[in-house]
Design a protein around this ligand. Structure first.
Ligand code: ZN
Ligand code: ZN
Ligand code: ZN
Ligand code: ZN
Ligand code: ZN
Ligand code: ZN
Ligand code: ZN
Length: 2010
């Protein structure tokens, strides 16, 4: 084959080459792309290597004519062609963006927003230092670097800059060959992927196939293939798949994702019938209720095809081929041009034949399609005949080039095929300008068809060929070429018209969407408007108009007007007079259309502004077109006009009443006409003479229209005014919304602003009297304007319903206010382009000024308030803002705000056109505030000085000096004076403002304007004004009144003695100016302004810097102030002044010490008093004098310190039940922490109880009433909000009195250790522990009366077990007990048990205890990912074996009896239900309550066992859980302080202090329980003092999930010995607890598996109980008399602490690894000191290391080990110091309150430890201990790795990159781990901030189902990584996600901010963002304080939108 192929290529016999290739492919493809039988969707089985070898290598051989070739890339061609692929210069970059990759746009140089660069180019370009934006790409575009048309400057990066030398010629023969082979490949691929017949291969291949195997006939296999559509949801597809394919939900999810990503997936392999049935099943499901659609107005069946497997294989091959070709273009760059040419070239006859044949078959196939197509075609051809004579070619769809096939068959392909072809287009034709031109011409030629197919299709624009239009329409020269040569404007708008025609209503000829609001098809059609905006985006210069461009532009505009006709007058409203509108009328669609057309209209106006002829032609056209919309009247008698009179003046006006006639808010043609007046120079002729034919025509038109010219705009404005006056109330929200949008920043530029412009035009061309009367008439104010008006309406009834006079006067006054507002706007709004003589920047600046007049604002807020229109988008808003405002940043973490500069205050106009009513009042308030200390003239807020009008508009101010308006003003003043009911403050203010404006006019033009003169003559305005001065009536604006009277008088006086020269000079200027001069002057002015602006800028910058300094200085001051304050507080606190704390006097000398022999003592002088927040009563905290008090508290599980295994997973999955060990102390993994926090708000326990019950009742009531309402607080879980501060709480923590004031004595009072040295103490304790336990004691105390058989056996058993443990097979011995074949006689035992049972209570106890032994514990092994109660995908509790099962009974009895004997000696324990000593009796209940709550947050597990223990050994359980929890709390607070750089003491806030104090006292009071269980104390001591259990892999591995331990309860269920091992485990636990005698030297636990801090606290809390009458008894029970003792810092406690510290040092020695991180965090500051570790210490450490690990070589860096020791000491001692401070109340040394002191010494001394580590670890005792403990270290490296490395560090948040773009680019390469498809990356890549892993959030691909509950990727990861809470960063939309339970979560902005200090939640603005370290630090603190849940709940109270998310799916 290869030889044939190469020789064909050599012979240039292309037909033969094709033949050989086809044959080869026919043979190999079905094999290489074979379908997986079981899971046809799974194509991971494709063998890439074979595909390369068998398919691509031969192809390359043909390209190179080299049969020896073994390369699968075209690299070889470079050599043949002599090209260098690495040279990029001279080319366009053309990098095709991946989905999510960042694109960069330069705000200064890009031609428009679509011009982008890739990161690589951007970094190498000049734009790096410009202002730029960045956006994540949607995966459908390429880098424009190198494209001269795209950039005004810096068109290319340094890599892609053009250089001339490059024009290499490729050898002719190579070119031809490449081209021919490419042709063959492309035709093959495109034929295949556009193949319509699902059962056969394309004709040309089929014919080759027939030739190949004429005789072989295998039964073809078929496939059901599911295609993607955008109408069906994931859920519905998954459901259908589960139902008919019978796959699992996981598989269905995978298929659904594949279909969504790739566009299709095979779902079933089988015979044709089977596959067809599956297809029918799928499609029948279409109307079923299970199928939910994304868009309601389409109901299509699922797209399914039944396909020949061979075809499918070839299609897959085609996809790989195209992909390969795309890649080869980078390997062999010349290929781009060749492929491009191949696509654009005319197909030759044979090729055409193939393609056309193809078309014919496609027509014959799908019959439905033909019908539809025929209809459409006939319709269209008619349509086309009418408008376009040129293209009447009947065979329109006939493809002449491959490109046409691609364009026209786009929608017939599936997603991946499309995107591959689009990528190919981007890499080829778009890289070459000539090819691009050809492409775009073809595109425009088929524009209508392409859009037709797009609209019928349902895929998004990104994956449609229409999305490519942006690539050529945005090229300015090309766009104009297309308009001029191909009439693109007409083509596009005609396409839009043809697709929107169906929405036109017959009679009105307007769009009507009453039936269906914004249909999907319309939505799709309107994408065409995007193309229009692109096409027109580059406005030609005035000399850039060619005749063709002009003709075709005007032609296109005619069509455009045709479109606007359907909008003009749409959705007309008529006032609902009688009743309310029954249903809200549809209004949104019209606005949606407008929004999409808005930019086009603005652009059209900009185009016309550059050419007067075009402008005028279009103006005339528009005016003519208005004929189609005759102006209506509302006279019932048919009269169109009436005469309106006011006082002495009158005018003839059109008779119309807005209240009675219909008005439409949509006037696009009118507004287009208005827009044409924004180039007033072109219409100047309207006011003068003209001979120009066109101009004459226009003038006649305008004349003819007369006042109707602006009538429609006026009506809309009146409608809005009447709506303000509540006259349109009954029309409902539809109208309210329309009006709202009419004024909104989004729409106003093409609506409201244009209407105002239109009125201004009207005012400029109409005589003032007529104009004013027109306005008055429309506002229905003609009578009001008469002096005699008293409320009587003669002009017909206002309303059908009666209106009382008050209503009427209110309405009239409001209308009058609106009328004056309009006058103010007509005269005052001169900043729109063309209206006033001012640069375009000043309009924007004024807009900003007015936004800032309402208060300081952030940049994004200002941006939000600006109009969204094309012209203002082209001006830099930032520049405008900087010109008028100062930037200030109040805090490092808050967003910066802009403050208006004082010198801009005079621009303030309270009646600014874009102010809403609320803006206006806000602005007035703010101005009053900030001006309060300023000069009177500034406080008055006089009307601002305005620029002059342009010549066309210069007559506008004349309306101000018209006697009519002056009379009206006088009238208003008079009515105000009289307090007439037709007056209002607002009306008076506006009238005064208008007078002010008129005076301003007179000031600039005193001679001619003469307002004061006319006012004097008309009505004596000034007298009226003066009459009001100082009166109550004018108080609303008395300052303004004073100022105006002043100015009035000044001007009047000025006029009396005029200095003529000065003024004439002023007025002459504008009059005599020609257009040219005006231009020059404007330019000069602009330059001047710019200069000013620049100097302003520099000024501002220096100012700004100064301000920053200022702010910083202030900040420093405040921080130092707060420091001082805290110092004061501290002094108060420790100086025992009036503070909310017990007042204490400390007794001691020298250095403060809180523990040990030299400890200080504290006395309570007066106890603490608290106020109950519920009943407000004060209560002392005293054991007898006060009622018990509690604090609101929040308990949660915390994995903050939980260790992670090597995979970064939390080590929680080791055992799912509470291991017996945990009852003694916490495991080193710290699998669960129970965190307690409080808001410090105290209440009576009684009050709390009452409140809690009330809450619960209310909640259950509410739950019944509003079913399913989502809420954040869950009362069922015991949650409530603190009544005072609303903090989330779920428990109450008792506030106990200090032990010092209780009758409880301290341990030191019974201890005899006071005179012992540490070494002696340890030796003695060790000796005692090693001593055999004297069983006699037990026997003596127990019922020695008769030692039963079973009792004996129990002891034997125990001995046996002991032995077994030593030999590490602990289960064997106990089997004897549990096997039924035991020698003991069951019956006898039962008898005995019955006899021995004394009462029911104890009976129950033993029953349950026995049951526990038989408990099989299968849950323990169910492998579940999460075992925190909050996150819990734990398998539900499996039914456990029933203890009452008959055959188990004897056994149970046996055990029962055994236990009876065992526990008999501890009656105190069994019967004691006292948690604490008698002294604290009244606190009992609250402590119990809290204890129960805390237990809840421990892991759920072996329930019967925990239940048993909780029930009968409650005190013991609560004590241990509290101690462990106290350890956690103290550790967390100490860590928080450390990472926040605060000292251990002195910076504690009230919450911390109260929490620690309460926990410390709880710990101490719960010590009481251990007096009955002294064996537990001994056992804990054993861990420290005795030989550890032999470290074999099995014993160590009890914390290792991989290898189940033999003795631990988490053995695999499958082993038959399960129940017995369980028994063993339980038994071991009890033996441990009760220390049932026997010579037992060894500790039960490995010292390396224990958390030393928890152990130390537990021991310190209980050690004192071992002293009896001056003797320490560690092996016997001692006397049972209840005592009252508590820890008080006794010597025992101090020695326990010191021993624990040594044990912790040992842990560090044992786990220290040279290579695991030199990141010693605690002590990094004194690096220099330690690195020069003195020789002695070095030696000491080396020696100890040898004792620990004798068989290992010593580490090289002892200093690092030393650092670890220091860190460990801090970690252990800081929490203990906190707890002991609050226990003993001994004030810590000052050094611990000072953050600058870094040494450990004060801490050591405070805790009575040797002050240097060296001293602590030297001596023979330490050596002995170390070598004893060293047995705990496992030898094998595997087990070694499983040991928790000490010291423990919290799981902190990861560090983030400084630049946000870095983060985005980092994740753009991220691929979904479940379906790693090359081209499409995950949509929501999300980073876990705890470990930094990137996840695929909120997507089906990575969702997991555990226990029928779905888990989004983040939620699942959370359970593995951070426990019950998580913090994630969604990278693409710059959002933080905080999550807790499934129901709770919230979004917060990510800690990245732009240059204005603002975050960009959603990443919409696209400004470059930087990490705000302050914000991130806050987040880190939140994490460390475990405040996520609280934050989420708080935030949900603020923003309830967070409720709507399914947080389980994240
Ligand atoms: Zn690039
Ligand atoms: Zn570049
Ligand atoms: Zn730039
Ligand atoms: Zn109370
Ligand atoms: Zn509170
Ligand atoms: Zn993580
Ligand atoms: Zn995924």
């Amino acid at each position: 084959m290869l030889v044939d192929l190469v020789s064909a290529a050599q012979k240039e016999d292309w037909a033969e080459l094709r033949n050989v290739l086809y044959k080869h492919w026919l043979k190999t493809c079905p094999k290489l792309y074979s379908i997986n039988n079981e899971q046809p969707w799974d194509n991971t089985g494709f063998n890439e290597k074979l595909i390369n070898e068998q398919l691509f290598v031969p192809l390359v051989s043909a390209f190179c004519i080299d049969s020896q070739n073994s390369d699968s890339t075209l690299n070889g061609l470079n050599k043949l062609a002599g090209t260098d692929p690495t040279k990029k210069t001279g080319q366009m970059c053309g990098h095709v963006f991946k989905n999510g990759e960042l694109t960069y746009t330069c705000m200064d140089c890009a031609q428009d927003g679509t011009c982008v660069m890739c990161l690589e180019c951007f970094e190498a370009s000049i734009h790096k230092n410009h202002k730029y934006r960045l956006h994540p790409s949607s995966g459908s575009g390429y880098c424009d670097c190198g494209d001269i048309d795209a950039w005004s400057d810096g068109y290319a990066c340094s890599n892609h800059t053009k250089n001339d030398e490059e024009s290499h010629k490729i050898p002719e023969e190579l070119l031809l060959r490449t081209r021919k082979i490419v042709d063959i490949i492309l035709i093959y691929c495109i034929n295949l992927i556009t193949q319509q017949d699902d059962a056969a291969l394309p004709k040309d291949i089929e014919s080759v196939k027939a030739e190949l195997n004429r005789d072989v006939t295998t039964a073809p296999q078929y496939l059901t293939v599911l295609y993607n559509d955008e109408t069906h949801t994931y859920e519905s597809v998954i459901k259908v798949l589960e139902l008919y394919i019978h796959c699992t939900k996981d598989q269905a999810m995978l298929v659904a994702t594949l279909v969504d990503r790739e566009g299709r997936s095979a779902v079933k392999l089988g015979s044709k019938n089977e596959c067809t049935k599956a297809k029918d099943d799928f499609q029948r499901k279409k109307s079923g209720s299970t199928v939910i659609r994304r868009s309601v107005d389409r109901s299509l069946p699922l797209a399914v095809k039944v396909m020949d497997t061979e075809l499918f294989a070839h299609q897959n091959h085609a996809i790989s081929l195209l992909n390969w070709l795309n890649i080869q273009m980078d390997v062999f760059p010349s290929l781009r041009e060749i492929v491009g040419e191949a696509m654009l070239a005319q197909l030759n006859e044979t090729e055409k034949e193939i393609v056309i044949e193809e078309n014919v078959t496609s027509m014959e196939e799908g019959q439905e399609q033909i019908e539809v197509k025929v209809e459409e075609e006939s319709e269209e051809s008619i349509e086309n005949m009418e408008v376009d004579e040129e293209s009447t070619c009947p065979q329109k769809s006939e493809a002449k080039t491959l490109l046409e096939t691609i364009l026209l068959k786009d929608t017939e392909m599936w997603k991946s095929a499309r995107s591959l072809l689009h990528q190919m287009l981007m890499k080829t034709v778009f890289m070459n300008y000539e090819q691009k031109v050809k492409f775009s011409k073809t595109f425009i030629q088929h524009y209508d068809k392409i859009y037709q197919y797009f609209i019928d299709d349902d895929h998004d624009m990104d994956i449609s060929v229409v999305g490519l239009s942006v690539q050529f329409l945005t090229v300015p020269a090309l766009a104009r070429q297309l308009i001029a040569e191909d009439d693109a404007f007409s083509v596009i708008i005609k396409t839009l018209i043809s697709h929107t025609n169906k929405y036109i209503k017959e009679e009105s000829k307007r769009f009507d969407f009453m039936g269906r609001s914004f249909p999907t098809e319309l939505k799709r059609s309107l994408n065409i408007s995007r193309d229009m905006a692109y096409l027109l985006n580059a406005v030609p210069s005035s000399d850039g108009w060619s005749p063709e461009l002009r003709t075709n532009f005007i032609k296109g505009l005619k069509h455009f007007l045709n479109f606007l006709h359907h909008l003009q007058g749409m959705d007309e409203v008529k006032r609902q007079a009688g009743e309310h509108q029954i249903w809200e009328s549809e209004w949104e669609t019209a606005f949606n259309i407008l929004l999409r057309m808005k930019d086009v209209i603005s652009l059209i106006i900009l185009w016309t502004n550059t050419n007067k002829d075009v402008h005028n032609e279009i103006l005339l056209l528009c005016l003519e077109e208005m004929d189609q919309h005759p102006i209506t009247s509302t006279d019932e008698n048919g009269g169109t006009h009436i005469v309106v009179e006011v006082e002495t003046v009158s005018a003839t006006l059109r008779n119309f009443d807005v209240l009675r006639g219909g008005v439409s808010i949509h006037q696009p043609i009118v507004r287009l006409i208005a827009g044409l007046f924004s180039s007033p120079d072109f219409v100047q002729f309207l006011k003068g003479q003209t001979e120009n034919e066109m101009e004459v025509k226009i003038r006649n038109r305008v004349k003819l229209l007369g006042k109707d010219f602006y009538e429609m705009s006026l009506r809309v404005l009146v409608l809005c005014a009447q709506s303000v006056a509540q006259l349109w109330r009954r029309n409902g929200f539809s109208l309210v919304n329309q009006i709202h949008n009419y004024f909104s920043p989004l729409c106003r530029s093409e609506m409201f602003d244009r209407d105002i412009l239109m009125i201004q035009v009207g005012c400029a061309i109409t005589p003032p009297v007529d104009f004013l009367l027109h306005l008055l008439q429309r506002f229905r104010l003609a009578q009001w304007a008469e002096t005699s008006f008293e409320g009587f309406v003669k002009q017909g009834r206002l309303d059908n319903t009666k209106m009382d006079t008050e209503d009427l006067s209110k309405i009239t006054v409001t209308l009058a206010e609106e009328f004056l507002q309009l006058i103010i706007m007509i005269v005052g709004e001169r900043f729109a382009p063309g209206v006033g003589k001012c640069p375009s920047m000043s309009g924007l600046q004024r807009e900003v000024v007015h936004v800032l007049c309402t208060g300081s604002q952030t940049f994004s807020h200002i941006q939000h308030k600006m109009s969204h229109d094309v012209p203002s988008k082209r001006i830099s808003l930032h520049e405008a803002v900087n010109a008028v405002a100062d930037f200030r940043k109040p805090l490092a973490t808050s967003a910066g705000q802009f403050y208006l500069k004082n010198d801009c205050l005079n621009q303030f106009n309270p009646f600014f056109m874009h102010y809403s009513k609320s803006d206006q009042s806000q602005a007035e308030q703010h101005q009053t505030k900030i001006r309060s200390k300023m000069d009177k003239s500034i406080r008055a807020c006089i009307p601002p000085k305005l620029p002059e009008f342009n010549t066309f508009f210069e007559r506008i101010p004349d309306i101000l000096r018209n006697p009519l308006i002056i009379r009206i003003l006088r009238l208003i003043i008079d009515r105000t004076t009289k307090r007439n009911r037709f007056s209002s403050d607002r009306l008076f203010h506006k009238a005064l403002f208008i007078v002010g404006m008129a005076l301003n006019e007179e000031e600039t033009n005193p001679e001619e304007f003469n307002f004061t003169g006319i006012a004097e003559d008309t009505c004596g305005l000034i007298e009226a004004l003066e009459g009001l001065q100082g009166k109550q009536e004018s108080s609303i604006c008395h300052l303004l009144l004073d100022e105006i009277i002043l100015k009035y008088k000044r001007l009047r006086g000025l006029r009396a003695g005029t200095s003529k020269e000065e003024t004439t000079e002023k007025i002459e200027k504008p009059n005599n100016e020609t257009v040219e001069e005006a231009k020059l002057r404007r330019a000069a002015k602009a330059a001047e302004m710019r200069k000013k602006a620049m100097s302003k800028m520099t000024n501002m910058q220096t100012k700004f810097m100064k301000q920053i300094e200022e702010v910083e200085r202030k900040e420093d001051q405040t921080t130092s102030n707060t420091n001082e304050q805290t110092n004061v507080g501290k002094v108060d606190f420790y100086g025992k002044s009036d503070y909310d704390e017990d007042i204490v006097r400390a007794i001691g000398t020298d250095f403060p010490v809180c523990i040990g022999a030299n400890r200080w003592k504290a006395e309570i002088i007066s106890e603490r008093k608290l106020t109950c927040i519920l009943c407000q009563e004060d209560e002392p905290v005293h054991p007898t004098n006060g009622k018990p008090m509690v604090c609101a508290a929040f308990i949660q599980q915390s994995q903050l310190f939980t260790h992670k295994n090597r995979n970064g997973e939390l080590m929680t999955s080791t055992s799912t039940s509470i291991s017996p060990k945990d009852l003694l102390t916490a495991p080193a993994t710290l699998q669960y922490g129970v965190d307690v926090s409080t808001c410090s708000h105290s209440m009576h326990f009684e009050c709390y109880k009452t409140m809690f019950e009330a809450n619960k009742n209310r909640e259950s009531l509410r739950a019944r009433q509003q079913h399913g309402s989502h809420k954040m607080v869950e009362p069922e879980e015991g949650e409530y909000l603190c009544p005072l501060c609303k903090r989330l709480s779920n428990a109450a923590i008792p506030i106990l009195p200090a032990t010092q004031i209780t009758p409880i004595r301290g341990f030191s009072t019974v201890s005899g250790a006071i005179n012992e040295e540490f070494d002696d103490w340890v030796a003695r304790v060790k000796r005692q522990l090693d001593m055999p336990c004297s069983n006699e004691n037990i026997r003596k105390k127990g019922h020695s009366r008769k030692r039963s058989h079973s009792e004996r056996s129990l002891l034997d058993l125990e001995k046996q077990a002991q032995k077994d443990e030593e030999t590490t097979t602990p289960s064997a011995g106990l089997l004897a007990l549990v096997t039924p074949h035991s020698e003991t006689d069951p019956a006898g035992i039962v008898e005995m048990v019955v006899r021995n049972v004394e009462n029911d209570a104890t009976n129950e106890f033993y029953n349950e205890l026995a049951a526990m032994f038989l408990d099989q514990d299968p849950i323990a092994n169910s492998v579940s990912p999460i075992n925190t109660p909050e996150a819990t995908p734990i398998g539900g509790t499996t039914p456990r074996s029933n203890e009452s099962t008959p055959d188990k009974k004897p056994l149970s009895a046996q055990i029962q009896h055994a236990l009876h004997t065992l526990i008999r000696p501890f009656p105190g324990l069994v019967n004691s239900n006292r948690l604490c000593g008698n002294g604290l009796e009244q606190y009992e209940e609250s402590i119990k309550e809290l204890g129960k709550n805390m237990i809840k947050f421990r892991k759920k597990g072996n329930e019967s066992k925990t239940k048993f223990i909780e029930k009968h050994l409650k005190g013991y359980v609560i004590a241990t859980v509290t101690w462990q929890s106290a350890a956690h709390v103290a550790r967390a607070i100490s860590s928080y302080l450390h990472y926040d750089g605060k000292p251990l003491f002195g910076a504690l806030n009230t919450r911390h202090r109260d929490c620690l104090s309460a926990m410390a006292r709880l710990c101490s009071s719960l010590s009481h329980n251990l007096q009955f269980l002294q064996n537990a104390i001994s056992d804990m001591l054993r861990i420290l003092c005795c030989e550890p259990p032999v470290a074999s892999s099995s014993s160590v591995s009890s914390t290792i999930p991989q290898s189940p331990p033999a003795g631990a309860p988490s053995t695999s269920t499958s082993t038959p010995s399960n129940s017995s091992t369980n028994v063993t485990a339980n038994f071991t636990f009890l033996m441990q607890l009760f220390n049932l005698g026997g010579p037992k030297k060894n500790a039960n636990l490995n010292i390396l598996q224990v958390d030393i801090l928890s152990l130390a606290i537990s021991l310190m809390m209980s050690i004192g109980w071992t002293w009896h009458n001056g003797n320490q008894l560690l092996n016997t029970v001692g006397n049972q008399k209840q005592r009252q003792l508590a820890p008080d810092g006794s010597v025992d406690e101090a020695y326990v602490l010191r021993l624990s510290l040594l044990a912790h040092y040992f842990q560090i020695f044992a786990t220290y690894e040279e290579n695991d991180g030199n990141d010693v965090q605690m002590t990094e500051e004194n690096e220099e000191v330690v690195s020069e570790l003195d020789a002695q210490t070095n030696q000491l450490l080396t020696k100890l290391f040898f004792f620990c690990r004798p068989y290992e070589s010593r580490p090289r860096r002892m200093d690092l080990l030393y650092k670890r020791l220091e860190e460990g000491a801090q970690n252990l001692l800081r929490p203990i110091a906190l707890i002991y401070h609050f226990l003993t109340l001994i004030d810590p040394p000052e050094a611990l309150k000072d953050p600058s002191i870094n040494s450990s010494e004060p801490l050591f001394r405070y805790l009575s430890l040797p002050s240097k580590i060296e001293e602590q670890i030297s001596g023979s005792l330490v050596e002995n201990l170390f070598s004893m403990w060293s047995h705990a270290i496992p030898r094998d490296s595997f087990s070694r790795q499983e040991i928790v490395v000490q010291p423990v560090r919290p799981n902190l948040l990861v560090d983030l990159p400084l630049k946000y773009s870095q983060l985005i680019n980092q994740v753009s390469t991220f691929r979904c781990p479940s379906i790693p498809i090359e081209e499409s990356t995950s949509n929501v890549p999300t980073i876990c901030l705890v470990c930094g892993q990137v996840l695929c959030s909120q997507a089906y691909c990575c969702q997991r189902i555990i226990d029928k509950q779905t888990y989004g990727a983040c939620r699942y990861h959370m359970s593995q990584c951070s426990g019950s809470v998580g913090i994630f960063l969604r990278v693409r939309d710059c959002n933080l996600v905080l999550m807790t339970t499934r129901k709770r979560g919230c979004f917060r902005p990510a800690p990245y901010v732009d240059e204005f200090g603002e975050s960009d939640q959603g990443f919409r603005r696209g400004n470059p963002l930087q990490l705000n370290k302050g914000l991130y630090q806050k987040l880190k603190q939140l994490w460390l304080q475990q405040g996520v849940t609280e934050e989420v709940v708080n935030y949900n109270e603020i923003d309830f939108r967070n409720h709507q998310y399914d947080w389980g799916h994240f």
